[in-house]
Structures are given as structure tokens and as C-alpha cells.
Design a protein around this ligand. Structure first.
Ligand code: URA
Ligand code: CA
Length: 431
């Protein structure tokens, strides 16, 4: 291990055997934290070649279980987002692309954040559950083209150890380490092809566009090198995506979007990512064809029908689609009136996310309980005009006092006298 650290410190390229040796040794406890810390810092400064990054990812994948989706027919395409505020896309994309015959075998988590993860959101639907066996999961995808299961197996234990160590050694923010960490989990989850949604802006992990592009290129290169067809879209996360931020509120927003009447930005991102998924799955000849067929299924009710089938197949009450009022509802709805007339020029995504979390929509620690009913629904987005006294958003709360939340929200929204152009939704596509 000493020689490996020295080699990387001096900017040399590690061999496959050396990378395998350190990942195996660290996973089984033979190599101590202090030596791995030194190596991580050397990687931070010296970087890794594309080949080293792919080898590191493969070694991490092989450190634990891998999900075998070979019993599912067709090309399994997974979508991964680097995370943002109010990102409801998975709830929409899963049934939408499945309605064109793309098999969606989604393993999802609860996780920490401003709102719950995909599973928490789906559990706002009465009866819905993800505690199914791997066998049921495979059968459901073969039968209905879509299923969501909770995390199973011991996936990428090397990543778990490395991520904790990076957290305390100032080595989280390194492109080769982030890219291999994210891709190892995606690859171990078994998809044949991967569409990445890399976010940029205030609410994103990568705040700057250049950083987001570098991370996207690194992940695409790893995916393609290890034989998984991979592409990335760089999308905006300076303001929240769509209008709803909160678990049940996002389910309602997903239903509206599947009915073809969702927020413009959320619909557009779903069509962009969805057409890439359909193309990678070989279910269309071109992006245009894929997009047109997705739009058709939003308009003819097939995507919504697919969502109902999916909910029912895992115990969910699909009547929520026609009766969203049967989703969990908060007791108080409080408006946030604009303090002046003008144009909305800023809606800082992560601060609005924090406000949702103050209401109880997300988890601060692994064991926090979340309130599925609460959250925020925006009535204005960047670029919109607003009159003094007009509501900027509605707070859905189960607490009587929302003064702190209102204060946080006022501080995160700017109204200016001059008109403003909203940022582009999609910045780039990387293949
Ligand atoms: N998310 C991950 O899964 N890994 C990282 O290294 C950073 C973000
Ligand atoms: Ca949303």
C-alpha cells in the first residue's frame, strides 16, 4: 500500500492490480483508514486517467453483490439524477417510458434530503409498498414493464467505506472519486444502459456549469468503458423543478404531468430524459420519434393508465389518480404574498428545499420521521411577473406556526423591477 500511495503522490498511473489490491484490502479491513486517506488525497491532487477511473469503479462494483436483471427481457435502462429540489421526474418517467415498452426495473432508496426519496413519495399512495421479493420484482417488470423495489443486497460496500472516509478527510469534492462512487452503485444495480441527469445551480451538488460538465463526462466515460451504454443531460437546478416540493404534493404533480397538464419545465425535462431512455432501449429510431411517441402517450391516457397499473401491482390504491384529495393532506395552507410588484428574478433552490425540510418534508438524519403531507407549491417561477400582495407560493403545514418558514422563503426569493430571462432548462447533452 505504501508503494501505491507513493506512486499516486508522484502523479503516476496505477495498474489494474494495484487498484484491485487497495479496494479489496480496504473492504476486508486489511488496509487501514490512514493509508487510504493518504491515497485519496493523492488522487484529489493528481487525478486519475479514464482507464484508472473505470478500473476503480469496477473494483468497487465487485466489492459486493450485484443485481442480476437478466431474467427481464429487453434492454433495461436506468435513470439517475445527481439530486435537486422538487425533482419529481422518476415518478413520471417510470410509467411514461414503460408505456412505450421500455422495461423499468428501479431500485430506489429513501435517503436524506429536502423531501423523501422516490420510495417515500410513492408511499404517500395508500397501500403502496416496495417490500417485494427479487422474484416478484422481476415478474412485475416482465408483466407490466415497471416495478420499484427497496434497496436489497449488500451493494458496493467499498463505496460505503470510502464515502464515509472522504467525508472526514476533505476529499469528497474530487471528480474521479464522485464519478466512480455514483457509477459503481448504478452498475451494481444491473441496468444495461444509463441516462444521467446531472444538475447544476444553487440546489445542485455541482453549483457551477463547468464542474457539472466535467462530472457528467467522467461518468459517461466510465459507463461506456465498462460496457453500459451511458449518456448525460445537464439540467438546471438554480430554482426548484416543477411547482411542488413535498412527498404527497409531488405525487399529485406527477399525476397532473402524466395527464399532460403538468408544469412546463418538469414536463420538458421528462420528455428530454425519456426520449434518451427510449432511444437507448432501442424502442425508437430517433430522438424525435421517441419524443413524439411519449407526447402521444401523455395525451391519449396510456402513460396515466400505466401508472395506475403500476400502483395496483404493488398494493397501491390507484383511485388517487382521479381523487388526489385522498393523498395525505396538511391541515394548514398558508399563502406567501409578494411584498412588491415586479419580476421574480431569483428562487434559490436549496433554500426553498430547506424551508420544505423545516415543515417536515425531508429527513435530516437517517432516523428522522418525515411528514408525507407537508411541503410547498410554487405559483411563480423565475421570469414571471407578480403583483404586490399576490401569492408567490402556498405552504402546506401540519404546524400552527410557520413564521420561520415564511422568513426563510422570503429570503430565498428576489423580486426585481427589471424583467429577467429565466435560465435554460437544459444546458448540454454529453455522449
Ligand atoms: N453522491 C455519491 O453517491 N457519491 C459521491 O461521491 C458524491 C455524491
Ligand atoms: Ca416538483
Amino acid at each position: 500500500m505504501y508503494d501505491i500511495i507513493e506512486k499516486k503522490r508522484d502523479g503516476e498511473i496505477l495498474t489494474n492490480d494495484e487498484i484491485q489490491f487497495f479496494i479489496d484490502g480496504y473492504t476486508n479491513g486489511e488496509i487501514p483508514d490512514y493509508q487510504v486517506s493518504a491515497l485519496l488525497m493523492a488522487v484529489y491532487f493528481q487525478d486519475m486517467t479514464a482507464e484508472e477511473r473505470a478500473q476503480l469503479t469496477t473494483a468497487m462494483v465487485n466489492s459486493g453483490d450485484q443485481i442480476d436483471l437478466s431474467a427481464i427481457s429487453g434492454i433495461k435502462v436506468d435513470k439517475h439524477s445527481t439530486g435537486g429540489v422538487g425533482d419529481t421526474t422518476t415518478l413520471i418517467l417510470a410509467p411514461l417510458v414503460a408505456s412505450l415498452g421500455v422495461p423499468v426495473a428501479k431500485m430506489s432508496g429513501r435517503g436524506l434530503g429536502h423531501t423523501g426519496g422516490t420510495i417515500d413519495k410513492l408511499e404517500a399512495v395508500p397501500g403502496f409498498h416496495v417490500e417485494i421479493t427479487s422474484e416478484e420484482f422481476v415478474n412485475l417488470v416482465n408483466k407490466n414493464k415497471v416495478s420499484v423495489i427497496g434497496q436489497t443486497g449488500n451493494l458496493t460496500p467499498a463505496d460505503k467505506k470510502l464515502y464515509s472516509l472522504r467525508d472526514v478527510t476533505a476529499t469528497v469534492n474530487s471528480i474521479p472519486l464522485i464519478a466512480s462512487s455514483i457509477m459503481s452503485k448504478k452498475i451494481a444495480s444491473g441496468a444495461d444502459a444509463i441516462v444521467l441527469d446531472v444538475k447544476t445551480g444553487a440546489g445542485a451538488f455541482m453549483k457551477e456549469l463547468d464542474e457539472a460538465k466535467n462530472l457528467a463526462s467522467a461518468m459517461v466515460s466510465i459507463g461506456n468503458r465498462v460496457g453500459r451504454n451511458t449518456m448525460a443531460v445537464i439540467s438546471d437546478m438554480s430554482q426548484p423543478l416543477g411547482n411542488a416540493i413535498g412527498n404527497a404534493l409531488e405525487v399529485k404533480e406527477a399525476i397532473e404531468t402524466l395527464q399532460g397538464s403538468g408544469p412546463k419545465d418538469l414536463t420538458e425535462l421528462c420528455l428530454t430524459l425519456g426520449s434518451q431512455m427510449v432511444l437507448l432501449a432501442g424502442k425508437a429510431e430517433s430522438l424525435d420519434e421517441a419524443r413524439n411517441r411519449l407526447i402521444e402517450n401523455l395525451n391519449n391516457g396510456k402513460a396515466l393508465e400505466q401508472f395506475k397499473t403500476f400502483l395496483e401491482s404493488q398494493g397501491g390504491d390507484s383511485s388517487v389518480v382521479n381523487h388526489p384529495e385522498s393523498l395525505p393532506q396538511a391541515t394548514n395552507q398558508v399563502e406567501l404574498p409578494a411584498k412588491m410588484s415586479g419580476y421574480v428574478s431569483e428562487m434559490i433552490a436549496d433554500d426553498i428545499g430547506t424551508a420544505a425540510m423545516m415543515l417536515g418534508a425531508g429527513r435530516a438524519t437517517k432516523d428522522s420521521k418525515i411528514d408525507l403531507a407537508v411541503g410547498i407549491v410554487l405559483h411563480k417561477k423565475i421570469g414571471d411577473t407578480v403583483k404586490e400582495g399576490e401569492s408567490l407560493l402556498t405552504i402546506h403545514a401540519n404546524q400552527a406556526d410557520v413564521d420561520d418558514v415564511q422568513e426563510k422563503l422570503y429570503a430565498s426569493i428576489t423580486i426585481s423591477e427589471e424583467s429577467v430571462e429565466p435560465q435554460p432548462l437544459i444546458y448540454d447533452t454529453i455522449t
